[in-house]
Design a protein around this ligand. Structure first.
Ligand code: AMP
Length: 249
């Protein structure tokens, strides 16, 4: 079974994100970049499927500027067999990424596509759903458990008030939630080995996809500063303030 995993390069989750001085975008100069955490979970799940003998090949894909190759090398160090980089300096939006993933899926014919439920930079939560629509594949989003059996995949999803399990016929698109697994760290020998694994480069033109943005980013600004809270002496003082100052009761 071939598994395609989509890996996005984003600002590391430990970094406090700041807007550029002119407010046109997020400041990326000298900022640590990493694999989107949900994509790391997707890679881990694919590697576990390979370790179980269910998956035979894992192909990691990333779209964006040249440095995305660092995140693809990390995916290779974590256990992917080969990687595809679609190189473009364009500001990519979910529909464009979904179209490129569809073009790659048409070429690669994976049995399963695993991707993050959401990228932590754009917080879009759209690409997996759009890819499923474009390819006509069934989708299991927000997966907290994935089980493959007899040409189908059962995906347990965390929903309000409980768990929902959907059974999808393969090929299918699965997007990962936080509780699916705990990703491993890449070992030094595997990081070295990853340097020799194949990494193909393509362009959006090769895939026949127009990367022109349909949504324009108008500006980025930090959230308004909140004033500090205070401690009240007792419940009576709290009620008095809620009534007369905050006027919420
Ligand atoms: P989003 O819809 O932007 O929240 O992204 C959801 C998932 O789509 C991510 O976790 C990735 O798996 C995939 N994805 C989005 N953008 C890219 C990209 N530029 N390269 C590779 N995968 C991506």
């Amino acid at each position: 079974m071939k598994v395609l995993v989509a890996v996005k390069r984003v600002v590391d989750y430990n970094v406090k994100v700041r807007p550029k001085a002119d407010g046109t975008n997020v400041e990326l100069a000298n900022v640590k970049m990493s694999i989107n955490p949900f994509c790391e979970i997707a890679v881990e799940e694919a590697v576990r499927l390979k370790e179980k003998g269910t998956a035979t090949e894992i192909v990691a894909v990333s779209m964006g500027a040249k440095p995305c190759q660092e995140q693809l090398r990390t995916a290779l160090a974590l256990g992917a067999d080969r990687a595809i980089h679609v190189e473009t300096d364009a500001e990519l939006q979910p529909l464009t990424v979904a179209k490129m993933l569809k073009a790659i899926a048409d070429e690669e014919k994976p049995d399963l596509i695993i991707m993050g439920k959401q990228s932590i930079d754009g917080d879009n939560n759209q690409t997996g759903q759009m890819l499923a629509a474009l390819t006509g594949m069934p989708q299991g989003t927000f997966a907290s458990e994935v089980a493959i059996a007899d040409g189908s995949v059962s995906v347990t999803r965390e929903i309000d008030g409980g768990l929902q399990t959907v059974k999808l016929s393969l090929p299918a698109v699965v997007t990962t939630d936080l509780r699916l697994n705990e990703p491993r760290y890449a070992s030094l020998p595997n990081i070295m080995k990853a340097k020799r694994k194949p990494l193909d480069t393509k362009t959006p033109e090769d895939l026949g996809v127009n990367v022109e943005a349909r949504v324009q980013l108008v500006g980025v600004e930090p959230p308004a500063q909140r004033s500090a809270g205070i401690k009240v002496a007792d419940v009576d003082a709290l009620v008095e303030k809620l009534k007369n100052e905050a006027k919420v009761i």
